[in-house]
Design a protein around this ligand. Structure first.
Ligand code: NAG
Ligand code: NAG
Ligand code: NAG
Ligand code: NAG
Ligand code: FE2
Length: 468
């Protein structure tokens, strides 16, 4: 709680204009005041009108290749038909609708009982096709739509949004709506964990999971959000009699983990367009012999870069972070998995957790062994870029406690809220841009032409252009 909220509000308005093209790390001292990271009240997000209207609608990829979608929603009561989804391709008149039934459950948490949580996987969708879908009945019917991804292949362009640690403050709202107005428009969101921050409220106020579901619906009902779990998804509270880690999150947010032979919804992979995305769980066991460790080892062998040139990893706790907040919390996972990621030439690792923005150089620190004691990150063309983007704008405020001097692995860092767009052009090039909330969406605070590690393993040229 309360990471320097006061400091943010009190900080002087600083206008900087600089343009840097170099490989020295940049600490941007941008401090224009953003929307406050104060929670939007529960009343901001009433349930939709109509008897038992479906709410908190969100979708995510439902198989390994993108021909299925998991559609999730909540209803207050479990009437006949509340668990049914009807859907049809937008290029038909809808006179013939397919339908599917959701699996439905609810859960108790301390003194709270959830509504009925429905999850339906609709399969056999055509690639690159717009579908309408409908939930609820009679006057409470609600209609949404989504676009399926193009068929998996090496030169398929695709645009992702990247958001982390979103929460539900006025700043979160700015992040979400800035992202929704992005140009090019993101087609799916890579979400690096920490969703509702319900656990920051007394007794982990589960109503905050409901209001979060309503808050993100304007985006999450229309395009898949690829979920990674963060520490705020744990909801582990023995003092409340709540001993099952990740219970509310896993009840509410599903992932297609079985399609990648994972044994837990917290780690899994998908292919989408020209990308292979591996999601890891910072708060599940990952040492040798654990399920996550064995899974990742066999998973990396399955990646065929000729089919999906782009290989991304999502994880909550960053492995390279020069902010005082959460410093080195990701270190044991880094030590365990970094050699594999370098061997497999992962393009980018996205993390959250730290409520600020940071982009690394391509570095690795895998030489160390307990005998020689040599341990410092070195430039490595096979290494991923590490991007920490836990700056969605949650109730805990901004983390502006960078360490000085800026370590050589850190290319750009700034304590502002924002989101990123990853615009994949072809098998060699992707344009990555980070957008701080205080500016209009077209302003780019940090950007890089990312070169694919498999097809074009050349050094990237920084392109940091902060026009304020
Ligand atoms: C930001 O502030 C730090 C600490 O005062 C300083 O070392 C750094 O050069 C500043 N960065 C810029 C871009 O002015
Ligand atoms: C969230 O942002 C949108 C777009 O700027 C705005 O219309 C809406 O009023 C905001 N909501 C709140 C509660 O501030
Ligand atoms: C540790 O590193 C040193 C120096 O590179 C090397 O000689 C030694 O064999 C390494 N030990 C192990 C167990 O890998
Ligand atoms: C890939 O995209 C980049 C950036 O748009 C472009 O410069 C390059 O020519 C493209 N490569 C091919 C083979 O089209
Ligand atoms: Fe976190």
């Amino acid at each position: 709680m309360g990471l320097n909220r006061l400091a943010l509000v009190c900080s002087a308005v600083l206008l900087l204009t600089f343009s840097v093209v170099s490989h020295a790390g940049v600490t941007s001292n941008y401090t224009r005041v953003a929307e406050p990271s104060e929670e939007m009240p529960l009343e901001t997000f009433p349930p939709p009108a109509g008897y038992n209207a479906p709410e908190q609608v969100h979708i995510t990829q439902g198989d390994h290749n993108g021909r299925a979608m998991i559609i999730s929603w909540v209803t207050l009561v479990n009437d006949d038909g509340s668990n049914v989804i009807r859907y049809w391709p937008a290029n038909t008149d809808g006179s013939t609708k397919e339908s599917a039934e959701a699996s439905t459950s609810s859960y108790r948490y301390f003194d709270y009982t959830s509504g009925f949580l429905h999850h339906a996987t609709i399969k056999g969708l055509e690639y690159e096709t717009k579908y309408f879908y409908e939930l609820g009945s009679g006057r409470s019917t609600r209609q949404f739509n989504f676009m399926t991804p193009p068929k998996v292949g090496p030169d398929v362009p695709y645009t992702f949004g990247v958001i982390g640690d979103l929460g539900q403050t006025f700043a979160s709202n700015q992040t979400l709506y800035n992202y929704m107005s992005a140009n090019p428009k993101g087609q799916a969101v890579l979400f690096v964990g920490d969703l509702s921050y319900a656990d920051d409220h007394p007794n982990h106020d589960q109503r905050k999971w409901d209001s979060y579901g309503r808050f993100v619906e304007p985006s999450a009902a229309y395009q898949p959000w690829i979920w990674a779990a963060g520490n705020h998804e744990l909801d582990f509270a023995p003092s409340l009699g709540e001993n099952q880690a990740f219970k509310p999150f896993q009840k509410r947010y599903q992932t297609p983990y079985r399609a990648s032979k994972s044994t837990s919804s917290l780690w899994y992979s998908i292919k989408r367009a020209s990308t292979y995305i591996i999601v890891l769980s910072s708060y599940s066991a990952f040492d040798k012999y654990t399920p996550q460790n064995s899974w990742l080892e066999s998973e990396l062998k399955k990646v065929n870069r000729e089919e999906t040139p782009w290989l991304f990893v999502l994880v909550h706790s960053p492995w390279y972070n020069s902010n005082g907040y959460h410093y080195m919390e990701g270190e044991s996972m880094r030590v365990t998995f970094e050699p594999w990621l370098v061997q497999n030439k992962v393009d980018i690792v996205f993390a959250g957790h730290v409520h600020a923005y940071e982009r690394s150089e391509r570095v690795s620190n895998i030489k160390y062994n307990i005998t020689d004691g040599l341990s410092s990150p070195v430039k490595d063309p096979s290494a991923p870029i590490y991007i920490t983007i836990g700056d969605g704008g949650n109730i805990e405020g901004i983390a502006n406690d960078y360490t000085y001097p800026q370590p050589s692995y850190s290319a750009y860092r700034e304590a502002s809220f924002g989101h990123a767009i990853l615009d994949i052009k072809n098998r060699t090039h992707a344009l990555y841009t980070w957008h701080r909330n205080q500016d209009d969406e077209p302003v780019v605070a940090d950007s890089l032409w990312v070169k694919n590690r498999y097809f074009l393993p050349e050094e990237e040229t920084d392109s940091v252009d902060t026009r304020i």
